[in-house]
Structure formats: structure tokens, C-alpha cells
Design a protein around this ligand. Structure first.
Ligand SMILES: C[S@@+](CC[C@H](N)C(=O)[O-])C[C@H]1O[C@@H](n2cnc3c(N)ncnc32)[C@H](O)[C@@H]1O
Length: 340
């Protein structure tokens, strides 16, 4: 069973049948598939979470649901088993941003998680609370609250960062009120990419206004240059480690990027234009960049067919590594993490 952004289901399903998967039940934000062989869980740009499914519980009464969950576990693991973590989360009920919807644990799944934890902790769980960040190689019991009375149960072993976060959404407590939701997007992209951003290093952001992402970079102790023709929030402008260049990225002399180690791009322009701008920066002899985090706006999920073409263009920069993912905080867009 897989979770994705509401609207991205087709992208999740594409190509799965070629790998021997038969599509089964799905809802917006939630896809299941069956396979006859012993295979790894599916992965891909648009798959936020993937779990081995063990059953489905559909009952309006919470106590009956939990009794059913215990029956499922007993039937699937007759010798007993202690899961390291319990993750309980809802599918995305709406596309991100619609009516201000944001992915992650809501009130219903928080309550469901508490109730399940109380009933299962002694026999089935080794954790001290539900929805903790899992250590790598932990065995995680997953409950997706597809609807309040419709729970899908499965498990996975945590490995990369998103598989350690409940529902693949990074739990984060900002030090200060974020200036925009891009704060969360930047935080997620930095952690997911594995880029080791250190205090004192310089990061440049193209498309920096009003300053959510810059807020995160400043919080991490970096020196930050924001490039945007629009106004930055005064709280960012006044920061001693921040410099605003009020311009369009393509119009800037390349020396402005000298000494920068990290480059983020989140401007609302076509991905092809973002790549052309960055082509010029990366191919300059003075380029000192180690990593790029590029938000590529799709506008429509059908535009995802261009992702392999964008990867081809980026390959010409001779990167060490390219990762692509629709982050949990990405709207209809994907994030490229390029290690140079
Ligand atoms: C989604 S907003 C960025 C949000 C921002 N990253 C934050 O953390 O709050 C997109 C921004 O891209 C800027 N933009 C559009 N074209 C640009 C260009 N050619 N160069 C720099 N910024 C650009 C817009 O002015 C707008 O402020």
C-alpha cells in the first residue's frame, strides 16, 4: 500500500504493471497493488510511503476496529512480534494547498494512534509513544486512516529519511513562526537530500521572497543570499547574515554566486528556464557549488513525463548524484537534489 499526494495516483500507478504489479483498491492519495513474487516495495518519484499490506479494517466503531487489528496481527504473526514503532496517519484528503490543506497527522489519526497504542503497546510494540521518528532499520507498524472508519494496516522497514517519518511527512517544530510554508519545504528537502549544510557556509536561493526557505537556512546558521525581484519579509531582510539581491536570477552576473556552496531554486518559472539559468551558473569556472535543491513546478501532473529529459540536461553538469522526489510539502511540483 502506498501513499502519495492527492492527485498523483496516476503517476504512482504508471509503470507498475510492467514490474508485475496488479493494481487493486485506490483512493485519492492512496494506492494498493498486488504482486505474486517476493519483491521489494515499489519506489518512485511520486511514492511518499510504501508498506507491505496485511489487511483492511472497515467498521464505524473504534473498539471493533482495534479488536480487528489485534486479530490481523495474530493471524499474520502467529509467533508474536514487537514492532519498533507505530505510525498512524491519514491519506491526503485534498491536493496540497487546496483550502489550505497540508499533509500530515490530523486530529482523527492522532486519536486513532493513541487508542491503538494503548491497546497494542504491551504485546506488539517496543516504542514509548506512537508516531515517533523511526531509527534506520526499524520495523514499523503502519496504519493508514484512509477514512475515519477505514484503516489499512501494513508494515515497513525504515531506511531513508522519508521512511522514518510517520506518513513520510517530516515532523518539525520551527523555532519561530515560519514566514511561508516554503520553510517546511526547504527543511524537508535539506534533510531528504542528505546535504550537510554547516553554519557559516553560504547558500543562495533563487526565488526567495517572502522568505520561508531563507528563514530555515538562517536558522541552520548559514549565510544566505536571496535573489528575487519581489520584496522579502522585513524579519529576513534585517537578519545580519542575509543579503537580498532584488533582481531576476537570469539577469545577474555570475560573480554574485562566487563562494556559494549551496543553491536552492524555488521560482515560479518553467523548469526549462530554471535549468537554463542554472546551466550558466554551474558551467562557470568560478562555480564552488556542492549541492542544488531545485523545485520544478509541474503545473499539471502530465508534465511529469519531462522529468527524464530534465535529468538528461542535469547529467551534462557531471553531477555525482541526482535524486528526484515529490516531497510531502511539494504541491504539483517535484524536488531535484543534485550533488555536484
Ligand atoms: C513560490 S515563491 C518563492 C517562495 C520562497 N522560496 C519562500 O521561501 O518564501 C516564487 C518566487 O519566485 C520569484 N521569481 C519569479 N521569477 C524569478 C526569477 N527569474 N528570478 C528570481 N526570482 C523569481 C517570484 O518573485 C516569487 O517571489
Amino acid at each position: 500500500m502506498m501513499c502519495c499526494a492527492n492527485g498523483a495516483e496516476q503517476q504512482v500507478k504508471q509503470g507498475m504493471s510492467e514490474d508485475g504489479w496488479r493494481l487493486a483498491f485506490s483512493r485519492p492519495g492512496f494506492v494498493t497493488a498486488k504482486h505474486d513474487g517476493v519483491v521489494d516495495l515499489p519506489s518512485g518519484v511520486f511514492i511518499r510511503t510504501a508498506s507491505h499490506s496485511i489487511g483492511h479494517l472497515h467498521n464505524a466503531d473504534g473498539e471493533t476496529q482495534i479488536a480487528g487489528l489485534i486479530d490481523l496481527l495474530t493471524a499474520n504473526f502467529p509467533l508474536g512480534l514487537r514492532f519498533d514503532e507505530l505510525h498512524v496517519w491519514p491519506r491526503d484528503r485534498l491536493p496540497i494547498g487546496k483550502f489550505d490543506f497540508e499533509p500530515g497527522i490530523d486530529e482523527v489519526s492522532r486519536l486513532v494512534a493513541e487508542n491503538i497504542y494503548q491497546s497494542l503497546s504491551v504485546q506488539w510494540l517496543a516504542c514509548d509513544a506512537p508516531n515517533r521518528i523511526a531509527e534506520p532499520e526499524s520495523r514499523v507498524l503502519d496504519v493508514v486512516v484512509v477514512d475515519p472508519a477505514d484503516w489499512f494496516v501494513g508494515w515497513h522497514t525504515s531506511r531513508q529519511w522519508p521512511s522514518r517519518w510517520p506518513g513520510g511527512v517530516q515532523p518539525i517544530q520551527p523555532q519561530y513562526e515560519p514566514i511561508s510554508r516554503a520553510y517546511f519545504k526547504a527543511a524537508e528537502s535539506i534533510t531528504w537530500s542528505g546535504f550537510e549544510m554547516m553554519p557559516g557556509q553560504t547558500a543562495v536561493e533563487i526565488g526567495s521572497a517572502p522568505g520561508g526557505a531563507c528563514g530555515r537556512l538562517l536558522e541552520l546558521g548559514l549565510k544566505v543570499i536571496g535573489i528575487d525581484p519581489a520584496e522579502m519579509d522585513p524579519r529576513i531582510v534585517q537578519h545580519p547574515r542575509f543579503k537580498h539581491i532584488k533582481a531576476r536570477a537570469g539577469d545577474l552576473p555570475r560573480r554574485e554566486y562566487r563562494g556559494a556552496k549551496w543553491l536552492l531554486a524555488d521560482s515560479n518559472v518553467k523548469p526549462e528556464k530554471t535549468l537554463t539559468t542554472i546551466d550558466n551558473i554551474v558551467n562557470h569556472r568560478d562555480c564552488s557549488l556542492s549541492g542544488l535543491l531545485l523545485t520544478m513546478k509541474l503545473g499539471d501532473y502530465k508534465a511529469a513525463h519531462a522529468i527524464p529529459h530534465w535529468i538528461e540536461r542535469i547529467q551534462r553538469w557531471n553531477p555525482q548524484d541526482i535524486q528526484v522526489r515529490q516531497l510531502a510539502r511539494n504541491r504539483c511540483e517535484v524536488c531535484f537534489a543534485v550533488k555536484l
